[in-house]
Design a protein around this ligand. Structure first.
Ligand code: ZN
Length: 286
């Protein structure tokens, strides 16, 4: 009887997922599953509605880490304060940095008091939201593919096929976004509460204007300035995300008479999400 049980559990481990991977945010799960398919089991740290800037893993998640073969980091803020503790949970867990090879751009900070706008070049102010750009997702996909082959060489053909297929779907999304924005003027502006769409803006010749002031809700005087700015700069749409307060965004949109759209950079359907954003910007600049 014992023999049968041993054999049974061995067969089960072959049939079920071969690699257990922990990731920080939901879009990473989508990317890993696109390439890893049913050979990979992915667990995510930052849950819907939580911010990867301030996230604190739950005790149950720290326990789950003990079962992971690998952790794929992406460079979001909470990793900086938690990675040492996460690593301490599981010394055999391998680490892979999915942001490897991506050139980060500075976050443009708006100074609402004056008109000056400056770029910080230090690491602290480089934009961590790298996954909102199909060009970056191509690099992330390559990093995931290479990591999975290292972790599970037996299934490398399976991963290669799915990786190539995923690259095609990234290119298709990029092409669709370019078509949607074909008639949108270069430098068209959109306003967001939190500046998460910098790489998207860079790739498609758009400009994002952030509402938050140093990570906080703007003061009434700053909101008044933003309303003037939105009118002057001909901002046609305001985007908010469920991770942040939308009170200021709604107030600005109401004053300027433009639509507010709630869209999360942390959604699982990453390409549809970018397409929705492009459509809203294209519509508003007609
Ligand atoms: Zn953010």
């Amino acid at each position: 009887m014992k023999k049968i049980i041993v054999l049974f559990s061995f067969v089960c481990s072959l049939v079920s997922a071969d690699v257990a991977v922990a990731v920080s945010i939901i879009p990473q799960k989508s990317f890993v599953e696109a390439i890893g398919g049913d050979r990979v089991k992915v667990s995510v740290m930052v849950q819907p509605g939580d911010s990867p800037h301030t996230y604190e893993p739950k005790p149950s998640q720290m326990v789950a880490i003990t079962k992971a073969d690998a952790y794929f980091t992406i460079g979001v803020e909470f990793e900086k304060s938690w990675m040492e503790r996460i690593k301490a949970q599981n010394s055999s867990m391998k680490l892979f940095d999915l942001s490897n090879g991506i050139i980060k751009i500075p976050i443009v900070e708006h100074h609402h008091e004056g008109e000056s706008e400056h770029h910080h070049e230090d690491e602290e102010n480089l934009d961590p939201h790298i996954w909102v750009s199909p060009a970056n997702v191509r690099i992330i996909a390559k990093n995931i593919y290479e990591a999975l082959v290292k972790l599970d060489a037996q299934n490398s053909n399976y991963y290669k096929q799915r990786y190539e297929h995923f690259l095609q779907s990234i290119d298709a999304a990029d092409k669709e976004i370019r078509e949607i924005l074909a008639k949108t003027p270069k430098g068209a502006k959109f306003m967001v509460f939190h500046p998460s769409w910098g790489y998207f803006a860079r790739d498609y010749n758009l400009e994002q204007l952030a509402i938050e002031a140093e990570g906080k809700n703007p003061k009434p005087q700053q909101i008044a300035h933003l309303i003037d700015e939105a009118k002057e700069e001909q901002v046609h749409a305001v985007f908010t995300s469920p991770e942040f307060s939308d009170i200021a965004a709604k107030q600005i949109a109401k004053e300027v008479g433009i639509p507010v759209l709630k869209i999360s950079p942390l959604a699982s359907n990453w390409s549809e999400n970018l397409i929705t954003l492009a459509q809203a910007i294209a519509r508003s600049s007609e």
